[in-house]
Every structure is written in C-alpha cells, then in structure tokens.
Design a protein around this ligand. Structure first.
Ligand code: NAP
Length: 246
C-alpha cells in the first residue's frame, strides 16, 4: 500500500486554512495544522478531519515566532515521519490609508504574513531537502499582485510572499521540491466579513463572475498544487478570483 502523505497547514483553525485541511484529509493525507488564538475553532477542524479518516495533529504555534515554527515542523516530522506538503496560509489584515497607518499595523502584518512564511519555509525546507521531495504552497493574494488602497502593509506582505515563492522555487527545484503561490481574490471568510458592507458590495461589483469565492474554491487549487497532477509546475502564482484581476 502507498504511504500516506503528510500536510502541514498554518492557520488551519478557520476560513481558507480549514477548508484546505478538510480537502487534503479527503485526499487521504495526514493533517497537521497550526492556530494561535481560537482553540475552540481549531478543535472543530481537528474533529472534522478525523471524521474524514485522517490522523490529525493540532499545534498552537504563532508563525511570527521562528522557534515556534521550528518546533512545529519537528513535531510533525516526529509524529508522521515526513512533511510532504506545506501550506503557508496563516495571515492577517490591519487596514488603513497610508497617512493613518501606524508602524504597529505595518509590523504586525509583515510579521505574520511575510516573516511567518519565511520562518516556516526555513523550518520545513530543511526536512524536505533531506527527503528530496515536497510541495510548498504559499498564500499570497490578488492584492499582492495589483495593490489595494488602504492595504499598503498587506499588499507589501503578499508581494513578499510572491518574491519568496519564485526565489525558493529556483533554489530547490533540482532537489525535487516545488514551490507555488495561490492568489485569491475576494473569498467569504471571517477576514472579509470584517469589511464594511459598502466596501464589500463595491468590490463584488468589480468581479466579472459577479460573486465572491468560497474557501473550497481555494482548497481545490491547493489540492491540485499538492498533488502529482502539478508535478511539472513550480514558481507560479495561481490567481483564483472570478476574473477580478483581468
Ligand atoms: P481568517 O478566516 O481570518 O483565518 C486566519 C487563520 O490564520 C486563522 O486560522 C488564524 O488562527 C490564523 N492565524 C492568524 N495569525 C496567525 C499567526 N500569527 N500564527 C498562526 N496562525 C495565525 O483568514 P482567511 O480569509 O481564511 O485567510 C487565509 C489566508 O488567505 C490569509 O493568508 C489571507 O491573507 C489569504 N487571503 C484571503 C482572502 C480572502 O478574501 N479571505 C483573499 C486573499 C488572500 P486563529 O483562529 O487561532 O486566530
């Protein structure tokens, strides 16, 4: 029988991260995921993955802390023997126009979204390089490609994710590791439900397909990039946005 693959997903307690955990569990993988602040939501993800037949490891780890990332990666390797798929999904927003944006707002978003990705890449690449295999999926955003008024910090962090994706893809391609990014548009989760209704409606009008995407739409793309069906694809940014960026 083929050995079960193991996926590590950051920020798996809610939203897109939870949908990716469930989808990869359905594909037959062992699931390890992290969260920071909501143990009750993390427990729901854990239970739902188990109900799909997956072995699950739920880890409280703040991705902005490099030692927590290292410890999480080692814990997953010790529990399952390998890390075949890494999804750097954890992310936050702290929106404001430039003149009102504080250094704290800028730092917090860069620390989770950009530094968090960097720390996890370092911790998990070490393991994947030894394995000589792996698929890494980094969560960027259409905002990292196009920019967005009121999101200078978030746009900078998500553009950084694209830069890291392309650079690491070049570094590790010869060692059997692929690195790609997903760039979602407007997806229905807690992150977008925090937006004022007016701003959301204005954005929705700009989507050629006319509606917001679901977390499952992103999970389907993650499952493709995690699978052997994408074995010749690396260094790419896959936009999933109902046509928003056309
Ligand atoms: P969400 O519903 O707000 O969920 C965020 C997840 O990240 C939660 O599981 C949260 O854990 C975790 N998290 C936050 N900070 C963390 C940290 N420092 N360390 C570890 N985990 C942390 O967000 P979402 O909408 O699903 O977004 C997921 C990713 O997709 C993000 O990178 C986001 O930027 C990106 N994205 C989203 C959209 C969209 O329209 N929703 C569009 C483009 C890109 P807790 O539950 O413990 O707080």
């Amino acid at each position: 029988m083929e050995k079960k693959k193991t996926a590590l997903i950051t920020g798996g307690s809610r939203g897109i991260g939870r949908a990716i955990c469930l989808r990869l569990a359905k594909e037959g993988m062992n699931i390890a995921f992290t969260y920071t602040s909501r143990p009750e939501e993390a427990a729901k993800t854990e239970e739902a993955c188990r109900a799909l037949g997956a072995q699950v490891l739920c880890i409280k780890a703040d991705v902005s802390d490099p030692s927590a990332c290292l410890a999480a990666a080692e814990q997953v390797k010790a529990a399952f023997g390998a890390i075949d798929v890494l999804v750097n999904n954890a992310g936050i927003t702290r929106d404001d126009l430039l003149l009102r944006m504080t250094e704290d707002d800028f730092d917090a978003v860069l620390k989770t979204n950009a530094y968090g990705t960097f720390h996890m890449l370092k911790a998990v690449s070490k393991i994947m390089l030894r394995q000589r295999s792996g698929s890494i999926i980094n969560m960027s955003s259409i905002v990292g490609v196009k920019g967005n008024a009121g999101q200078i910090n978030y746009a900078a962090s998500k553009a950084a994710v694209i830069g890291m994706t392309k650079s690491l893809a070049r570094e590790v391609a010869s060692r059997g590791i692929r690195v790609n990014a997903l760039a979602p548009g407007m997806i229905e989760t807690d992150m977008t439900s925090a937006m004022p209704d007016q701003a959301k409606e204005a954005m929705e009008k700009q989507i050629p397909m006319g509606y917001m995407g679901s977390a499952d739409d992103i999970a389907a793309a993650a499952a493709f990039l995690a699978s052997e069906d994408s074995r010749y694809i690396t260094g790419q940014v896959l936009v999933i946005d109902g046509g928003l960026a056309i």
